[in-house]
Design a protein around this ligand. Sequence first.
Ligand code: ASP
Length: 367
Amino acid sequence: MTSVVCTLLRVNRSLDRLLLDCTVKSECLSFVGKVLPYLKARKMKLVSAFIASLAIMTVPFGASAQGYPTKSITLVVPFAAGGPTDIVARTLAANMSRTLGQTVVVENKAGAGGTIAGGFVAKAAPDGYTFLIHHNGMSTAPALYRKMAFNPMTDFEFVSQAVDVPMTLIGRKDLPAKNMQELTTYIKANAKKINLANAGLGAVSHLCGMLLQQALGVDLTTVPFSGTAPALNALLGGQVDILCDQTTQTTQHIKAGTVNLYGVTTKQRIRALPDAPTLTEGGLKDFEVIVWHGIYAPKGTPAANIEKFGSAVRTALKDPAFVARMADLGAEIVPDSKQTPEGLRTWLQSEIGKWGPVIKSAGVYAD
Ligand code: ASP
């Protein structure tokens, strides 16, 4: 079947540009050749008629978009710039820009534990120029928020998972507790005075902090920020006491000794911080939080654009420089089976199933 694909978004440009941006095959070329002189003579008046005629010829065959991408692509991060999710996004975006031949621009839309960004991308034009990178928060939000602007399972196309990142429990440098056992004693004696920072309800720092309070049987004062970049700044400045945060942000501060480290949230010690004990070693039995990342597009984004963007993600995930950078920050590339739309879809579904009942039975709501 003859196929004609035209980027109809070009209506605002001159007619010549519109024609250049059309990706056509066989008959369409001769069609364009025949109508071009006539159209040039009548220009914009006829643009809509011309588009209509192309639309009739266009075969909706699963939306291929040859030539994509023809302009920069936005990758939305649901938390503040400079934080751990942002660091993963920007490292990925730099690599993908080279593969795609167009800049992948990271845009931070922080707020409401990531649900502002989720709502924004769910409603963005489904044209392959807006994507979202989000973590576990995508799976906890439906239980935490009774009013949500989007449905994680039905309002997005799934692209791929990317990296898994452990968290660390850290404290301000001048806190007297220097290890997890000392922190446990200190928290139990001073629970009323301790501030636990997080990146808002639904952030993984919130989830990790909830598990910590549950494990210690205490109720701490939590201080929400728009991401853990400002939360860590507050901790370095001595305005908050403790924080759970990904190794992608905390590793450099742990190595520089500017914070107290109480443990990593994995079952085993990690290569990036071999001397760091696990929280389980520190007495918090079976304490485990791993931060996973998914990449999403608005529902209805052409399959060919998802495939092209996804394949640039996979290229980055196999690039030795990207892999090495992530390894230095404690992040691990997900297996190939998760680097697919289906891998992300089934994972998200199972995470929603896992966290929903836990959050609901705890009766915790963000709104
Ligand atoms: N680490 C943050 C969280 O707790 C997110 C961020 O700022 O990247 O979810």
